[in-house]
Design a protein around this ligand. Structure first.
Ligand SMILES: Cc1cc2nc3c(=O)[nH]c(=O)nc-3n(C[C@H](O)[C@H](O)[C@H](O)COP(=O)(O)OP(=O)(O)OC[C@H]3O[C@@H](n4cnc5c(N)ncnc54)[C@H](O)[C@@H]3O)c2cc1C
Length: 467
């Protein structure tokens, strides 16, 4: 047995260290069924065990790949043969819900959906919500600064975290389990770990900020005949709903058709034939008055000619159906092989951007498929492309077509999924040299041996296992 692996097995016990077939049988990420190549997967039960694991790996210059729910979309959890996976799957406790401070303290491996339910049981809300809620973990959400469906109202994960505990590369435990909204006592270190994709430390515990549970819920699907109307509609509902707008999800028609046609189970709530469909949701405090206001604002938008058609959800079941349709990304598999992208850019530049991408694809491939949808209220589009046979050279060419037009528009190659390995080549298309140099300096300061998730976000610096 590899030296470091036997030391870890002695330190944590054999059931904490998976080897051989138990490792090969594991997935390495979303849509990556395996085999997992890692030389071992370590499954600590406590922060102390994470610390002891990293201390041993630090001493051995052993690279470690943190793993949460494996729903990340940019290759951040894929270990190479010489690497060890560190899974948080046995650290899933919801330690405390404190209605007085409106906080919840959880271990990093707790699934997002379990956290949502625990908040709900206390008549509170943890607002983060995404399609992968049943599988993704809060540690993964923190490490990717996940966005999701309600960013327009509650912000990204970063805005929902009050404190956290992380274990540094050398095993040092950094406990910052702050529960206060305000704490300007020096650097707010939690922000180093939020969105760092496991490259600066392993998140082990988190203090979450809970919110009042909304007492009213309204949703509608509307259709618009051009993009100017979509943008004007966003301004109209955001202003008209007085801060209660919680989602503004836009589907270009090809996406809408895909998720509402056989074999998808969703039926189209509005007829086909409109270029844009928008799912609008508001969360408020009084069902009667909020519904009145919701209908009034949409009525005004209709009168102003911003809407071509609209359907209001009249019950929770109808609302759930609208969301099920929007979230039915499994249907994208019907276009396989596909390449998926998650970009952000200023809203007014979006139609020109999509046109340029489509033209770029048409110039290189016959009959390209390009399906667009996304959290438009947050400036975030998901672009799905189906061309060629899905091989790596094709993918690289498509990336140039999809990412290239972002540069002149001040856009980002990653709105919410992170960089991982998949977008590393394009980091400099969205960040300046000085920004990347600062990222390297932080990495060097916290992990000078480069053992934490090497090659993710930034090029690996040195480091391969000695043993
Ligand atoms: C159907 C579907 C819908 C999705 N929708 C959205 C969406 O709307 N918005 C969005 O932002 N994302 C979305 N995602 C992407 C994904 O769900 C998020 O990135 C999620 O936050 C990942 O959580 P995870 O626990 O699965 O992390 P993993 O995939 O296990 O890991 C992701 C990254 O975080 C690191 N990591 C994991 N746990 C820790 C830890 N405890 N400490 C340090 N580093 C860690 C890993 O090394 C890796 O780099 C979606 C994915 C799917 C499959």
């Amino acid at each position: 047995m590899d030296d470091i692996v036997s030391r870890l097995t002695r330190e944590l016990g054999p059931d904490a260290v998976l080897l051989g077939d138990d490792v090969r049988a594991r997935a390495t990420g979303w849509g990556r069924p395996g085999p997992c190549l890692a030389k071992a997967i370590v499954r600590p039960r406590t922060t102390d065990e994470v610390s002891r694991t990293l201390r041993l790996c630090w001493e051995a210059h052993q690279p470690v790949v943190p793993q949460g729910g494996l729903t990340g979309l940019v290759g951040g959890t894929v270990p190479a043969e010489h690497e060890i996976g560190l899974s948080l799957e046995r650290m899933t406790a919801i330690e405390a819900v404190d209605p007085a401070t409106r906080t919840m303290t959880v271990e990093a491996g707790a699934p997002l959906q379990a956290i949502q339910q625990a908040a709900d049981e206390h008549d509170l809300l943890f607002p983060l919500d995404l399609g992968a809620r049943g599988s993704c973990t809060i540690g993964g959400n923190v490490a990717t600064n996940a966005g999701g469906n309600r960013v327009i109202r509650y912000g990204m994960t970063r805005e929902m975290i009050l404190g956290l505990e992380a274990v540094l590369a050398d095993g040092t435990v950094l406990t910052s389990l702050n529960k206060m909204l305000k704490n300007n006592a020096g650097y707010d270190l939690k922000h180093l770990f939020i969105g760092s994709e496991g490259t600066l430390g392993i998140v082990t515990r988190v203090v979450l900020r809970l919110r009042e549970k909304p007492k009213s819920h309204n949703a509608a699907l509307v259709a618009a005949s051009d993009f100017a109307n979509v943008a004007a509609l966003l301004a109209a509902v955001d202003g008209g709903l007085g801060g209660t707008l919680s989602a503004f999800e836009v589907m270009w028609e090809p996406f809408y058709q895909l998720v509402t046609s056989e074999p998808a189970r969703n039926r189209p709530p509005l007829a086909y034939g409109h270029p844009y469909y928008v799912l609008i949701e508001s969360l408020g405090s009084n069902q009667e008055t909020d519904t009145e206001r919701f209908e009034e604002v949409l009525g005004q938008a209709m009168t102003a000619g911003l809407l071509a058609d609209a359907v209001l959800a009249k019950s929770r079941a109808e609302r759930d159906k609208l969301w099920a349709m929007r979230d039915d990304v499994e249907q994208l598999g019907r276009l396989a092989p596909i390449f998926t992208y998650d970009v952000s850019l200023p809203i007014p530049t979006m139609p020109g951007y999509v046109d340029e991408v489509r033209a770029g694809l048409a110039a290189q491939w016959r009959d390209p498929k390009c399906v667009v949808f996304g959290h438009l209220g947050d400036g975030n589009l998901h672009v799905i492309v189906s061309v060629g046979n899905g091989d790596l050279p094709t993918r690289r060419k498509v990336e140039e077509v999809v990412y290239g037009p972002l540069r002149t528009r001040g856009g980002s190659v990653s709105a919410e999924h992170g960089i991982g390995t998949e977008k590393r080549k394009y980091l400099s298309w969205s960040r300046t040299e000085a920004e990347i140099a600062a990222m390297r300096a932080i990495k060097q300061a916290l992990d000078p041996r480069g053992i934490l998730n090497p090659g993710k976000v930034l090029e690996a610096t040195e480091i391969h296992a000695r043993a």
